[in-house]
Design a protein around this ligand. Structure first.
Ligand SMILES: Cc1cc2nc3c(=O)[nH]c(=O)nc-3n(C[C@H](O)[C@H](O)[C@H](O)COP(=O)(O)O)c2cc1C
Length: 205
């Protein structure tokens, strides 16, 4: 199979990208509207960008005159929380992704619980093992999406997912997004030490 993006419609390119760039981490983004309505929705166009300061990025599809609630709330308030999705909360996370009206809180429709944040106004998701409290840094209009960059200003990590003070993937059990309606579960991990190479001599050791 080959694919030339020229002449392909948005749906075909979307289906192609989401099936080959896998598995993708899921930013379960909670926000609050100007009117105080809490919102939470999943976004798998999600990545870490910088460590110092800690910047993360989420790409939110352009819906022209009717922006997604998450984007509108971030623009209005400058704050959001990224909650990491684990296996037990997978079904509730999928439920929040329906096209719910702006005045409906997805916390209510999914049965998830609001958790007060420390440095920002929007609540986190109490069922999630990790909350990254973020302040808006920058937004870029890129193609059919808006890439939103946030700075992590505070983080909460549940003690049970740690081994010797470090997040353990087999305790975190993160869910990844694949193409279509498919998800990957974390059941096995593989360790591979990276080569230590001198940049000047090219020698390993
Ligand atoms: C696992 C998963 C990942 C998703 N990733 C994205 C994404 O990266 N960008 C996006 O615009 N929509 C994504 N969506 C769709 C949004 O979650 C959906 O449009 C949602 O209704 C937006 O909610 P909001 O209007 O409350 O912001 C994803 C849906 C699911 C189930």
């Amino acid at each position: 199979m080959i694919l030339d993006p020229q002449g392909q419609d948005r749906g075909a390119l979307y289906r192609f990208l989401i099936t080959v760039i896998v598995p993708r981490p899921i930013a379960f983004v909670s926000t609050r509207s100007r009117d105080g309505v809490s919102n939470v929705a999943p976004f798998s166009y999600f990545t870490a960008i910088s460590d110092t300061p800690p910047y993360v990025g989420v790409s939110i599809g352009d819906r022209a005159a009717d922006p997604k609630d998450t984007l509108r709330n971030i623009r209005d308030t400058g704050e959001f929380v990224i909650n990491i999705v684990n296996e037990p909360m997978m079904d509730a996370m999928v439920r929040t992704s329906g096209n719910w009206p702006a005045n409906v809180s997805e916390f209510g429709v999914s049965g998830l619980t609001e958790k007060p944040s420390t440095r920002v106004q929007p609540p986190g998701v109490a069922e999630s093992p990790v909350q990254l409290e973020c302040r808006f840094v920058q937004e870029m209009a890129l193609g059919s999406s808006f890439f939103v960059v946030g700075e992590v200003v505070f983080a909460h990590v549940r003690e049970e997912v740690l081994t010797n003070g470090v997040v353990d993937p087999l305790k975190l059990l993160p869910v990844g997004r694949l193409g279509g309606d498919l998800f990957s579960l974390t059941r096995e991990v593989a360790g591979r030490p990276r080569p230590r190479v001198s940049r000047t001599t090219g020698l390993e050791g």
